[in-house]
Every structure is written in structure tokens, then in C-alpha cells.
Design a protein around this ligand. Sequence first.
Ligand SMILES: Cc1cc2nc3c(=O)[nH]c(=O)nc-3n(C[C@H](O)[C@H](O)[C@H](O)COP(=O)(O)OP(=O)(O)OC[C@H]3O[C@@H](n4cnc5c(N)ncnc54)[C@H](O)[C@@H]3O)c2cc1C
Length: 311
Amino acid sequence: MSWVASLRGRGVDLVEGAELGSRTTYRVGGRARAAVEVGDEGELARLASALREIDEPVPLLVVGMGSNILVSDHGFDGLVVTLGRRNFARFEAGEDGLVTAGAALALPVLARRVSAAGLAGLAWGVGIPGTVGGAVRMNAGGHGSAIGEILERAFVADLAGGGGLVARGASELDLGYRRSAIGDSEVVVKAAFRLAAGDREELGRAIGEIVAWRREHQPGGQNAGSVFQNPPDRAAAKLIDEAGLKGFRWGSAQVSERHANFIQADPGGRADDVYALMQEVRAEISKRFGVELLLEVKLIGFSSVSSGEVA
Ligand SMILES: Cc1cc2nc3c(=O)[nH]c(=O)nc-3n(C[C@H](O)[C@H](O)[C@H](O)COP(=O)(O)OP(=O)(O)OC[C@H]3O[C@@H](n4cnc5c(N)ncnc54)[C@H](O)[C@@H]3O)c2cc1C
């Protein structure tokens, strides 16, 4: 019996052949073998025990807004797990600046709400179109700040373990540049941030400036933000620009004219073109500058990925 049938037999409400690529900000790529939306912590624990009861290992992918992943045109041969917004997109702010937010809450929404409440430290998050969970896993950041600086603890359920919620302090998460120790079977369910008292008007102005800066410097359309990590003391965008690759096209994918570290996909385009363009850019930067760029975007379902290419 396939794992899909086994999980269904154990009461897991799956969608087979679920849309995946179209749910990412690249809006290219194939479907998932199956997907499940988990409504609350109890369902998460039940999913974990169903997964434990079946013999086969099931490849797992937790998806937030899909703003940092590229899904192959062949799709993902595993189970996609998402968190329902009803129970996982709430937030509460305590008197002492401790803000607890559900992992499915959009980071820009949280950034605006806490700033409007006079809490400082997360205004930069207004420009990052992901969820709280995705931001913790990626240690997302920008404008000189990152999640790790304000994260007090993350509440994580391991689907390969018991599925119970474990509070993990920021220091236990090995947060680094766009990385954390959170593994593929682990689901960030909520996170607690320590924010400082700030001036509402100043924070409002900062939000406005960040939004304006993003509009001016970053393209809209189908992309997943910065494709490559910045190498030590260098900016990937500058290297790509200096290599004359702005506007360079590969089939339905193009290096953005506005920001050289963004790759745009055409409407109806192919993930394989985006992937091939990433490899072309890496090869050119290696040849010209001797710098091996590492991906910031996570590749899903690409069989030919070598570890050096994965962030
Ligand atoms: C226009 C644009 C601008 C961007 N600018 C920035 C920027 O300035 N700085 C920056 O850091 N990033 C930036 N990004 C990338 C992206 O928005 C961030 O990485 C974001 O944190 C990803 O969140 P997500 O919910 O979309 O995660 P996804 O793309 O859905 O997933 C990313 C990774 O996180 C995992 N994940 C998602 N949710 C959970 C969860 N609840 N529990 C466990 N793991 C989870 C996934 O399995 C995957 O490994 C940008 C993207 C775009 C499109």
C-alpha cells in the first residue's frame, strides 16, 4: 500500500496531486504527491502518529508562503504540510514587549501590527513576503537586522518524532545567515519575539521608508527574492551586475534588470529554466571572480542538485 493510502486509512485528510509550484511566489513548477492542511496542534500530533505507524519514510515539506522555494517542473514526490490560518495566524503582545505569533501569520502583517502598537525591532519585516514560520526557519532578515536578534524561542513540533510542541530557545536553533537547525520534518508552530518600546510615529515612518525602498530597488512579478547568499564581504547582486548578467535570459527565466540577484519567471514559465539560469549565473561568477555562489532559495524536487548548490 502506498504511504498516501496508508495515511488516508489512518484518517489523514490528504489532497492527492495538490498544486504546489503555483502556490509559490515563482508561480512555476509542478504538484505535490499529496498535501495536508493541519488545523490545530491536535491534528499535528495525529499526523505525527500516523506517520510513525507506517513503514515507509515519507519526504516532508512544510510550506508557508512559498516565497523562498523553487519547485521543479516534476513536482515534489512527498507530503506537503501547511498550517491553517484559523488557529496558526494569531498573535498576542504582552506588557513586557514579548510578542507571540502563530507560524502562519504573514511577517509583514506582524511587522505592521507591532509597529503600530509602539513595539520596535521588527519594522524591517514589512518587506519580507513570508510567514513567521518560514522567517524563523530561514532566519530571514533585511535592512541590517534578522529574526535571530529578536527571537526568544520557537515552538516546534517534530513530525518524525511524537509531534508534541517543544519550546526551543533561539540559542538552540543554531541560527546563521539565512539558515537554522530546523529540519525538514520539523514544523515551527509559533514563535516568541522580544521587542522594545518604541515611538509609533517613528516606526510608522520606518515602515513607509522600507516599503518605498523595496518598490524602488526590487522587481515585482514572479520571483523568490535574492537567489544567492552574499559571499563574505561581497554582494552577490554586485558580482552578477559586474559580470554583465542583468537582463540575461534563459528560456522563460531572466535575471532581473532592477536587482541582479533576483531571477524572474515569465507567466506560464518553467522551473527548469529558472534552475538552468541559476546554474549559468553561478558558473559565470565562478569563472570571472573565482567565487562559488551558494543558493539562498531552496530547491524542491530537483534530483540533480549537488550539496554545494543548496543553501
Ligand atoms: C520579493 C521578495 C523579497 C524577499 N526579501 C527577503 C529579504 O529581504 N530577506 C530574507 O531573508 N528573505 C527575503 N525573501 C525570501 C522569503 O520571503 C523569506 O525567506 C521568508 O522567510 C520565507 O517564508 P515563507 O513562509 O514564504 O517560507 P517558504 O518559502 O514557504 O519556505 C521556506 C523554507 O522554510 C520552511 N518553512 C516554511 N514554513 C515553515 C514552518 N512553519 N515550520 C518549519 N519550516 C517552515 C520550508 O520548508 C522551507 O524550507 C524575499 C522573497 C521575495 C519574494
